[in-house]
Structure formats: C-alpha cells, structure tokens
Design a protein around this ligand. Structure first.
Ligand SMILES: Cc1cc2nc3c(=O)[nH]c(=O)nc-3n(C[C@H](O)[C@H](O)[C@H](O)COP(=O)(O)OP(=O)(O)OC[C@H]3O[C@@H](n4cnc5c(N)ncnc54)[C@H](O)[C@@H]3O)c2cc1C
Length: 553
C-alpha cells in the first residue's frame, strides 16, 4: 500500500469501524483506518461498554427457560420503534434485517469468532405498558464474558492480523475535517495530525494540530460514533415537542471524543441526517466519584425494586419503574420542572439489584471468570459488589441512613429541601403493607412478583420483597439521579449496504456510514425507543455490511 492511498478509508476505530475494516481485510482490500485519538483508545466507546448484546432465541435463553422467536422479537422491536415517518423507510428495513440477524446468524458467527456469554440473560427495558407497546417481552440482553473489551478483542485481533499482512494501516491522532469529493463521488479524506497525547485511556486529549494529511480511496466509510459527549449538540437536537426543555444539568455517559463533529462533515459531502431528534439518554445517572472523562456519569442498571420519586418526593407512576421505560420516564421526570429524581431503597435491594454500566465497573466479568463473579456478587454477605459499595461510600449522590428522618435530612441537604418526610413515609408505608401477601394491588410490587417468575431475575437481579422501613433490611439508601447522555438514535441515512443515501434518495457514490453515526443502520433503526444491547449489535451488523458491500471497490 502507498502510504496515502487504499481501497477504502475507515473514519473512526470504534467497534463499527473495526468490524468494517476486518471484513475488508478478509476480502483482500487495502484499508486506512484513521482515528483522532491515540492508539491506546482503540475501540472507542465499546471498550467502556458492558458488552450486552441483543440476541434472539439463543441457547443461553433456552437454558434459562425463555421462549423467544424472530416473530416475538420483531413485534417487540416494532412496538418500541413506532416508525411513523416517511424517512423511516430505510430504518425499518434495517430493523427487520437486524432482528433476522440477531435471531439467526449473529450468535453462531460471533461464537466462532470466540465470543462467549454469561449464562444468565438480562431483562432490560421491560416496557410495562401493553403487549404491542414498547419493551422486551422476554430477557434478551446477553452480557459477553470480558464485557465491552471482550467483544472488541476479537475484532481487534482480526484487524491486527491484517495490519500484520500489510492490508490495514492504522493512523492514530488523525482528525478528519473534510471528505474529498470529485464529481459528487468520495475520493478521500483530509484533516489535521494532532499532537501525541499520553492521557489515560478515555480522558480528554488535546486538539493541538502539528500537521496535515490527505488520504485517497474510492470508498470512505464513516464510523465516527454519536453525539453524547457534546452537550451543546445534544441540547440542539433535543426533541422539545416530546420531552420538553433539555436539562441544564446532565452527566456524560460517554467520553469526550463522542463529539458528533463528523456528522456535519459528512453532510457537507452529500450525506443526509434523518431522525436527529431521536436519542437515548438515561434517567439513572450518578456522578462518577472517580471520573475519567469530563462530567463523567455512570448509569445504574437497576433491578425493579427501588422506589422512584420525583424531586419533590412524589412516587413516579407506572410504567416509570426502574428498568422499564427509559424515555417514558425521562419525559415524566422533566415534566415535573426538576431535572433529577430519587431512588429510595434498602441494602438488600442494592446488594442484589444494582449493577453499574461500564466495563471498569464490573471487573469480575471484565477481567475474571466464574470464581470472581461468585466472590464479587454472591459471597459478599450483605454487601453489594465492590464498585457499588465504593459509590455508596464516595459517590456524592448517595445517602445512607439508619432512619427515614436521617435519610430525608440527607436528601434535603443534597436536593434543596423539597422532600416532606411525612409524605415520603406515607408512600413507603403503603408499599410496605403490600408485602404481606403474594399478590398485590401495587403495580410495582406486581412487576417485582412477575420478575421473580423468571429464574434469572430470582437468582441475581430481583430482591425478595421486603419492608423498606424494617431496620433489619437496612440501612436505607437514597440516590440522586441525573440525566445521563448516551446515544443518538438517528443518524446518516444508509441503504442495507451501508452506503449513504442523500436527501434526494440517491446513493452518494463512495460514501458509507455504519454504527452510531448511522443511527446503528439506515439513519435510525431503533425508531423512537431501543431494546438495549442493540447498539453494539448494530455496530457489528452495520460495520459488517459496510465491509462486505460489493460497492466497495
Ligand atoms: C459506558 C457504556 C456502556 C455501554 N454499554 C452497552 C451495552 O452493554 N450494549 C450495547 O449495545 N451498547 C452499549 N453501549 C453503547 C456502545 O458502546 C456504543 O454505542 C458503540 O460502541 C458505538 O460504536 P461506534 O463504533 O459507532 O462509535 P465510537 O465507539 O464512538 O467510535 C468512533 C470513533 O471515531 C473517532 N472519530 C470521531 N470523529 C472523528 C474524526 N473527525 N476524525 C477521526 N476520528 C474520529 C472517535 O475518536 C472514536 O474512536 C455502551 C456505551 C457506554 C459508553
């Protein structure tokens, strides 16, 4: 390969870019992969991820007694996506294609590559409304052993093999600022070489320009990720008509490099962004007491038992239950005129139900195996995992107290005095009265009982119902929850070969997009709502499609 030309250029060495590059290398194509970050950031956001994959009708599900199928999954996907726009034509095709992949080739293909999954399948985004509405009818969140790094490892290996045989060249600290077009077709990219940076993995790096570059190829594949690290862009794209005003105070669930800059650059070259107002931000963010990137927040992946209150101490109404309906809950919280909410729970709940999203927050699954999981999660007495206990001890959003009076004092200190103890107590007492029978009129209690019918939840995810105000189940814990930015659901419109499709509906010759920048496929294959695990899954699928496209020279 000459050092500035190739068959294809991949912009962004995250999971989608690595998947595309690996496929191209397998087909003997010469590829230049450029990334603005240093070599030790290879893999982008996926490195930090929990490695959860949306898959359907797998051996892991069957072993847990879950009956799943392509039909059920497609119904769930469409009930969640609620596609209702003309521009949903390509996203809908991508959704159908992905569900087919997730129910068919995905697991055996990844298994052959070396990926393995934790045997208890997680039940994310349960919906909580009607059967034809949003949510997963059954557990589908397959956590990869090794979490995000465990997913990446295999794609990195494939790419490194091709670096070894001279087909792929990796260019770090190369920031693309322009897509070179000739006669309306992509011919390459240009930009700035950035100064070396030895910042810790994930931290903000410098943007000092020390040179320029131009690379040429007849195919340019943009895999530059989303916008979650750029609050200004998040606020600009915020769906005010559906969610109200964007919060002033947010925490960042993604690193600084998730800056959305390549989106405008791709539009200038003829790419067309659709569904930019669809996004996926979480309501259970806490400030990281040990931050890596600016405004670093961690998402709590909650089981169903924490009681959820708004800033004034009013219990949120169903289906706003922990882990049920992300955007529905976000809407309800913002409607209150406050930007945060509260979980109130017990030590028994935090022990069994709190997981923190992120590879570094789950060292047992990231670096260990069965033994570590057992020691970290089961054989810890009344304690939660070490990272959760560390948040309890050091996290500014956590209050631990032996009495409700003490807890409310802490909440009022942190939240500005909006909680009335008698009002909070009355709601918790009412809920505690529901414990005495194995049936109930309380919708959250009913959901908890239903969850425990799933063996996986009963084993590791849903605490046995107990009275919150009984000191034997304490101490009591309150957690102040912030809005945490994560994903864009919209993006660059693409066809099933990951070729960019312009505003006129025509393919832009030589231009491709995959992963989050393409709304994980088509420009928004989730529609309005995601079912979780479909982000990494979508990067793999759309990156693979780009790399396999016959349209690449
Ligand atoms: C903490 C956390 C937990 C998560 N857990 C899960 C999970 O369990 N399951 C799931 O499905 N999803 C999860 N996700 C989401 C998922 O990890 C991301 O959506 C996905 O990895 C995005 O991959 P990508 O390749 O599209 O983009 P990215 O990973 O963002 O990679 C894009 C790359 O492009 C580079 N780049 C951008 N602009 C330029 C430019 N102009 N020039 C050169 N380079 C550029 C960036 O530096 C970056 O390396 C999680 C995310 C986080 C942060």
């Amino acid at each position: 390969m000459t050092n500035n030309s190739a068959d294809a250029i991949v912009v962004g060495a995250g999971l989608a870019g690595l998947a595309a590059a690996a496929e191209l290398g397998d087909r003997g194509k010469k590829v230049i992969v450029v990334d603005q970050e240093p070599a030790h950031f290879l893999g982008g956001q996926a490195f930090w991820s929990l490695g959860g994959l949306f898959m359907v009708d797998t051996p892991e599900q069957r072993r847990m007694g879950i009956k799943d199928s392509y039909d059920l999954a497609l119904r769930d996907w469409m009930g969640s996506a609620q596609f209702d726009r003309d521009e949903d034509a390509w996203p809908r095709k991508w959704a159908e294609a992905y569900v087919e992949f997730a129910a068919g080739e995905m697991r055996p293909w990844l298994h052959d590559m070396g990926l393995r999954w934790f045997p208890i399948v997680g039940w994310a985004e349960r919906g909580g409304s009607y059967a034809d509405g949003h949510g997963n009818s059954v557990p589908r969140f397959h956590i990869t052993w090794g979490t995000g790094p465990g997913v990446l490892e295999h794609f990195k290996r494939r790419v490194r093999d091709h670096v070894g045989n001279g087909l792929i060249e990796l260019k770090f600290r190369h920031q693309v600022s322009h897509i070179i077009m000739q006669n309306s077709a992509a011919k390459g990219v240009s930009g700035e070489v950035l100064a070396d940076d030895t910042a810790p993995h994930g931290a903000k790096t410098n943007r000092d320009e020390v040179g320029e570059f131009e690379f040429y190829a007849p195919a340019v594949i943009v895999t530059s990720g989303g916008i979650g690290g750029n609050f200004e862009m998040v606020r600009k794209s915020w769906p005010r008509d559906r969610l109200g005003e964007p919060p002033q105070d947010m925490v960042a669930g993604v690193p600084f490099h998730v800056d959305g800059r390549m989106i405008g650059i791709s539009e200038k070259a003829g790419g067309h962004v659709i569904n930019g107002d669809r996004m996926w931000h979480y309501t259970e963010g806490v400030r990281n007491w040990n931050p890596i990137w600016p405004s670093h927040g961690i998402r709590i992946l909650p089981g169903p038992s924490s009681m959820w209150f708004d800033a004034e101490g009013n219990r949120l109404k169903p289906p706003c239950l922990p882990g049920f309906d992300t955007l529905g809950t976000l809407k309800e919280i913002l409607k209150t005129g406050h930007e945060y909410s509260w979980f109130v729970l017990t030590q028994k709940v935090i022990k069994k139900e709190f997981a923190l999203s992120g590879s570094e927050q789950n060292p047992d699954m990231t670096d260990g195996g069965w033994k570590e999981v057992l020691f970290q999660r089961i054989l810890t007495g009344s304690k939660a995992t070490a990272p959760v206990e560390a948040f309890k001890e050091h996290g500014e959003d956590f209050i631990v107290a032996n009495t409700l009076t003490e807890l409310v004092n802490g909440m009022n200190h942190l939240g500005g005095g909006l909680i009335d103890e008698a009002h909070l107590r009355a709601q918790i007492e009412a809920r505690d009265y529901q414990i005495d029978n194995p049936f109930t009129k309380d919708a959250q209690m009913a959901a908890i009982l239903a969850a425990r019918n799933y063996r996986g939840d009963k084993l590791i995810r849903t605490a046995k119902p107990h009275k919150f105000l009984d000191p034997a189940n304490g101490p009591l814990i309150a957690v102040k929850l912030h809005v945490l930015t994560r994903k864009t659901l919209g993006g660059l419109q693409t066809n099933l070969d990951s070729q960019m499709v312009g505003a006129d509906g025509q393919v832009v010759p030589g231009l491709f997009a995959a992963g989050e920048v393409a709304g994980f496929g088509g420009g928004g294959y989730h529609g309005y709502n995601a079912l979780e695990g479909s982000f990494l899954g979508g990067c793999i699928f759309s990156g693979r499609n780009a790399g396999r496209s016959r349209a690449v020279a």
